[in-house]
Design a protein around this ligand. Structure first.
Ligand SMILES: [Mn+2]
Length: 345
């Protein structure tokens, strides 16, 4: 039997309260949800009078410094995991996105009493179970929404800083409530955070004005390639390997382009956001965003904002799966430019 989330929250709170040395980390090239989730865990740990270290590999200096703990999040990790008794991993999706997969796997080989206890807070679909305590709620818009539930369940007090952190994560991952992953509960939580002093106007305008270059470039290319079939109400766009390369080069990721490994930079969150946005096109019942994930391998995202369409049926036809409003699939093949659009070859 799987453990209920209340039990999981209780164990997590006890582990954090009783930790001697705590470490929290978010994913490589962190976005606003990862940075905010690290902030939130750090603030919670501090409210329990715990000292905490934090890092996100490749974190940039400027963004999200309006959250109190951001400047204490290191952009690399040179310590030893065995120095910590509790390690909290947030918003990573897959172990590889921690940027320290090898170090974690080394620890996991040891008997549990001689290594840290690993807790995962996440809202991505499961790739692989590895943490000692996996708090994964894929139906939620953001990891910060999972952490909100944790705080509520464990009666952790919200102050303005914690409320700002939760709200920043939610606004990041919903595109300021623009994407279909925004639920009525998401809005309710946001409104509660405002009651605790979260600065909605400041955060949402900050996010709007501080999109990173890679994101903007990818959106531009996806919009450029957008096609719409009014007869079927079907919109689609593609991002070829060349498009992805163009965006990565423009955003200064030459190294990854040279290594021909885009996977650590181009996370599926980015494409989910684009597909979600495209589903807002007037008259579009469904949208598909197809991208060249690797040579010979395509990944597709499907979205609908129509209440009477279950897009996961189409995803399953294509060998994938997901939810009624958002699902995805993978295909073997390459995208090739054709007269009227693109062909899968
Ligand atoms: Mn997230």
């Amino acid at each position: 039997m799987t453990m209920g989330s209340e039990d999981q929250f209780k164990i997590a709170a006890n582990k954090i309260k009783n930790a001697n040395r705590l470490l929290v980390l978010g994913h490589i090239n962190p976005d606003g949800d990862a940075i905010s989730a690290v902030n939130a865990i750090a603030l919670i740990a501090q409210s329990f009078n715990r000292q905490i270290d934090a890092f996100c590999i490749n974190k940039k200096d400027e963004p999200f410094s309006f959250l109190p703990f951001t400047n204490k999040i290191s952009n690399s990790f040179s310590g030893k995991l065995s120095d910590y008794d509790v390690v909290v991993v947030v918003d990573c999706g897959a172990l590889s996105r921690t940027g320290i997969q090898d170090l974690i796997e080394e620890e996991l080989k040891k008997t549990s009493s001689t290594r840290p206890f690993f807790i995962e807070f996440d809202h991505h679909p499961q790739v692989h179970a590895w943490a000692d305590l996996e708090i994964r709620q894929p139906e939620l818009s953001a990891t910060c929404e999972v952490i909100y539930r944790f705080c509520k369940s464990q009666k952790i007090k919200f102050d303005r800083d914690l409320a700002d952190s939760i709200l920043t994560g939610i606004l990041t991952d919903t595109g300021n409530f623009f994407y279909p992953n925004t639920s009525s509960e998401t809005i309710t939580i946001a409104s509660k955070m405002m009651e605790f002093g979260a600065r909605f106007a400041k955060i949402s305008s900050w996010l709007k004005n501080n999109q990173d270059l890679l994101t903007i470039k990818l959106w531009g290319l996806a919009l450029e390639n957008l096609r719409f079939n009014p007869k079927y109400g079907f919109a689609f766009s593609v991002l070829t390997r060349e498009d992805l390369k163009t965006a990565m080069m423009a955003a200064g990721h030459q190294d990854a382009v040279l290594r021909n490994d885009f996977s650590q930079i181009l996370h599926s969150d980015l494409f989910g956001d684009i597909a979600g946005f495209l589903s807002n096109i007037s008259g579009a019942k469904a949208v598909m965003l197809l991208r060249q994930d690797a040579p010979g391998k395509l990944k597709g995202g499907l979205r609908t904002s129509s209440s009477d369409i279950d897009i996961s049926l189409l995803a399953r036809q294509l060998g994938g799966g997901g939810h009624a409003k958002a699902s995805g699939f993978e295909l073997a093949g390459d995208l090739e430019k054709a007269d009227e659009g693109w062909r899968v070859v």
